[in-house]
Ligand binder design. Structure first.
Ligand code: SAH
Length: 254
């Protein structure tokens, strides 16, 4: 009997932000193939005899190639194992979950995709930044920042600069200068409120807010590193208002 491969989202970092279904699958799995951004506390939920396989993938230093991962998934499933492929955030948001589902489907291996809270949502909540806000932002786009330099998969910054209210950019920290330049060049206002959230929803979260014109300087001063998200749009300002109100309330109580 061929086993099933569950392609599972582990959530954004806070181990409690996982679905009930994902946690059950982790507990039942014979083998878990997990990525770098998965909170290790979740792996402690695996059954004692459950096998844990690290698939790595830090930028520029891949432990296993995507093809090797596909091969492993197929191999374990063919052995009749109950497989969990555990990924940070959501498997279908910049998680290559689609490629893995295709690789399994091509070989007739049963699979199921279990969504997770993507880091954009986890980080935005933890940083008090609503991604949509009545009167400020009626649309949001999730964009990859890692494709800035390759012409064949070019991101349409010219269109994104004007057609979407809130931009959330994944994998953009090393390309921050280029992303800023693209947006400014295409007429995005340098005063547009901008935030960067590093290690969102974890106890190591750091948040920096400023404007599109100056955010790179602040990020450099704070030595912001991956994993981090760039959030660009008017609703970033709501964070400030919330923080002030909360501070006032604390003062009044004190
Ligand atoms: N599938 C994942 C995204 C993988 S791409 C998801 O749905 O969240 C990797 C990128 O995700 C990182 O470069 C970073 O931009 C973002 N990311 C993941 N976890 C994060 C976190 N806790 N805080 C901020 N950004 C995070």
């Amino acid at each position: 009997m061929t086993g099933t491969v569950h392609i599972v989202g582990a959530g954004p970092g806070d181990p409690e932000l996982i679905t009930v279904k994902a946690l059950r699958l982790i507990k039942e799995a014979d083998v878990i193939l997990y990525d770098r951004l998965v909170n290790e506390q979740l792996l402690a939920e695996a059954k004692p005899e459950g096998q844990l396989v690290y698939c790595g993938k830090s930028p520029g230093a891949h432990t296993m190639s995507q093809e090797q991962i596909h091969r492993k998934l197929v191999e374990y499933a063919m052995q009749g194992k109950n497989v969990v492929r555990l990924k940070g955030g959501d498997p279908f948001i910049f998680g290559r979950g689609g490629e893995e589902a295709l690789a399994l489907a091509e070989r007739g291996i049963p699979y199921e995709v279990v969504p997770g809270i993507t880091s954009a949502l986890g980080a935005a909540s933890a940083a008090d930044i609503p991604l949509t806000h009545r009167g400020m932002s009626a649309s949001v786009a999730f964009v990859t920042g890692s494709r800035c330099s390759s012409p064949e998969t070019r991101i349409r910054w010219d269109l994104l600069a004007h057609s979407v209210d809130t931009l959330v950019i994944y994998m953009g920290i090393t390309q921050l200068e280029q992303i800023r330049t693209e947006l400014l060049m295409h007429g995005k206002d340098a005063d547009t409120p901008t935030a960067i959230v590093e290690n969102g929803s974890t106890d190591q979260q750091r948040t920096v807010t400023g404007t599109l014109g100056l955010i790179h300087k602040q990020a450099a001063a704070m030595k912001i590193k991956n994993p981090a998200l760039i959030i660009i749009g008017a609703s970033v300002k709501v964070r400030e208002r919330l923080n002030l109100l909360v501070m006032d309330a604390i003062h009044q109580v004190g």
